[in-house]
Design a binder for this molecule. Structure first.
Ligand SMILES: [Zn+2]
Length: 289
């Protein structure tokens, strides 16, 4: 076992924060079980005259078990307090204390030397920056930069006002930042995926093809390929249709856009489309015979 005397203020305060959180958790559990027990008693009393003695006995057992759990939670908290927390607090006193720093736990929350700083409120949510425990004011301001409180660090005004960014973050601030970054990354990935599928005319303008009724804008590579194939197929079936020119124009526009997208030539794309449409036409005519 390492001696407490050799530990740094930061190590000791980090441990104090951990043990304190565990004690709070036991208290919260005890209080929650207490409420559960109160409901169970209420329920038992309300129905006492309607239930069998067996049921009543089971309800009493359940209530006793809940009380047992409450006692155990408080015992665990008391044990942590006496066995783990007390020596840490004693070591703080034995050394005559050391500096401690607290961060307001919201976006752009500032670093303070005390939770009683007049620039904060009773409702302020705090994060105890235990890694700075024992640090000098200059070291703390070096870490928190422009997010250091001017009231708490009056001698460091020049550095604080120089606008240096903070290197410290509470877990909540880190979580918020990570969520924001993840959302931005997801949005960028979505945009990249859409761009990968997107199509336009070679000059970047929207790919608009003549349709049987008016015009149609094609937004994806797949849509352009499908429209060109459809037009080529229609052209084989109805070469003398009044829409024949529109079909040829559709094939030309789509082939040019596809070539631009794929780094090929319009001729290559057009030949492939016509060949594919021809093959489909031949298959269908053969089947019809
Ligand atoms: Zn302050």
């Amino acid at each position: 076992m390492t001696s407490l005397a050799t530990k740094t203020p930061a190590e000791i305060d980090t441990e104090i924060a951990r043990v304190t959180a565990a004690i709070y958790a036991h208290h919260a559990k005890a209080e929650q079980t207490q409420r559960e027990k109160a409901r169970a008693i209420e329920h038992m009393n309300a129905g006492a005259q309607f239930v069998t003695p067996d049921t009543l006995a089971r309800q009493r057992e359940n209530i006793a078990e809940l009380q047992h759990r409450i006692d155990r939670a408080y015992d665990d908290a008391a044990q942590l307090s006496a066995r783990d927390l007390r020596p840490l607090l004693d070591e703080f006193d034995r050394r005559g204390g050391w500096t401690r720093y607290y961060l307001v736990d919201n976006t752009n929350g500032h670093l303070h030397t005390t939770q009683r700083c007049r620039n904060t409120y009773a409702s302020t949510q705090w994060y105890w920056v235990t890694e700075l425990s024992g640090a000098t004011a200059a070291e703390a301001v070096d870490a928190a930069g422009s997010l250091s409180c001017l009231t708490c660090f009056p001698d460091q005004r020049a550095i604080i006002e120089s606008g240096r960014p903070s290197r410290i973050q509470s877990p909540n601030q880190r979580k918020t930042r990570e969520e924001r970054e993840a959302a931005a990354a997801a949005k960028a990935a979505k945009a990249a995926a859409a761009a990968a599928k997107a199509i336009s005319n070679p000059d970047g303008t929207p790919l608009v093809i003549p349709d049987y009724v008016g015009t149609r804008t094609l937004k994806t590579e797949t849509a352009a390929h499908r429209a060109a194939l459809q037009a080529a197929g229609d052209l084989l079936l109805y070469p003398n249709s009044s829409y024949a020119d529109a079909m040829r124009e559709t094939i030309r526009l789509c082939a040019a856009a596809l070539a631009h997208k794929r780094g090929t030539t319009p001729e290559t794309e057009q030949d492939a489309i016509l060949a594919k449409a021809q093959a489909k036409y031949d298959r269908e005519t053969a089947a019809a015979k």
